[in-house]
Design a protein around this ligand. Structure first.
Ligand code: NAD
Length: 244
């Protein structure tokens, strides 16, 4: 497939899990990808993997909580490729505790990485995405940005905020040639699950299995492509039926 020929995509959290599979997918469809992450070695390994399959990829070190870091990362993309067409705000971390024992430090960290990063990223990339003439942003929220779970207050708050930050930015940019949508995964088999009891997650999922990062990557690649050219401000859920 060549849906992404001539297009340049910046993917945060691209060194692991969903971001890694998204980078591989977009590169396999002819796109030029820039992987932005804290993990330099893992990011470089993804670049090598993509290049070994004939794809175009490079890495930029980015802490998504840093406004200066974002300015530098976008400048790097423009220096390397002269354009930016797609931004995938995917980097995120979670909390797992009940509200009563969640520290304000945990709250601040999760909100910074999972929510404020999306604001900073869209702000830093706005001019380049508008200049693209066919820009697309995909913000990775969660099914936990739609429904609660009883714990993880910072994660739910941040992912819910990403959902509406997406919608209001989509409306603001609707006449400027930049589509902005959110993707809401269910339980996906990636390192973010950590020590979580996977059997419990599977039991809670109507389809009776975890999602694969490749399945979310395919959805992200659709949403950011011209195949979704009339979709903006929309939320795309892939959760094995969890929120149905
Ligand atoms: P993952 O842990 O495999 O990948 C997350 C990546 O983000 C890592 O490469 C990590 O280094 C990077 N990252 C973390 N903090 C960063 C920072 N400050 N700056 C730059 N990069 C940073 O997890 P994943 O499952 O692939 O998660 C990707 C996104 O999908 C996250 O936003 C997550 O909340 C969301 N999500 C995941 C699931 C799931 O079950 N896996 C479900 C719903 C939503």
């Amino acid at each position: 497939m060549t849906r992404y020929e001539g297009r340049v995509a910046l993917i945060t959290g691209g060194a692991s899990g969903i971001g890694k599979e998204t980078a591989k997918r977009i590169a396999a469809e002819g796109g030029t990808v820039v992987i932005a992450d804290l993990q330099d070695d893992a990011g470089a390994a993804v670049v090598t993997e993509i290049q070994s399959h004939g794809g175009s990829a490079s890495f930029v070190h980015l802490d998504v909580t840093s406004e200066d870091g974002w300015a530098s990362a976008v400048a790097t993309v423009l220096d390397r490729h002269g354009r930016l067409d797609v931004l995938v705000n995917n980097a995120g971390i979670g909390d797992t505790e009940p509200l009563e024992v969640t520290t304000s430090q945990t709250w601040d960290k999760v909100v910074a990485v999972t929510q404020t990063s999306v604001f900073l990223g869209m702000k830093a990339a706005a001019a380049a995405l508008k200049a693209s003439g066919n820009g697309a942003v995909v913000n990775i929220s969660s099914m936990y940005g739609i429904v609660g779970s009883g714990v993880s207050p910072a994660y739910h708050a941040a992912k819910g905020a990403v959902r509406l930050l997406t919608k209001t930015t989509a409306l603001g940019w609707a006449k400027e040639g930049v589509r902005v949508n959110s993707v809401h995964p269910g339980f996906i088999d990636t390192p973010i699950l950590g020590e979580t009891d996977r059997d419990a997650l599977i039991a809670g999922t109507p389809m009776g299995r975890l999602g694969r990062p490749e399945e979310i990557a395919a959805l992200i690649a659709f949403v950011a492509s011209d195949d979704a050219s009339f979709a903006t401000g929309a939320e795309f859920v892939a959760d094995g039926g969890y929120t149905a």
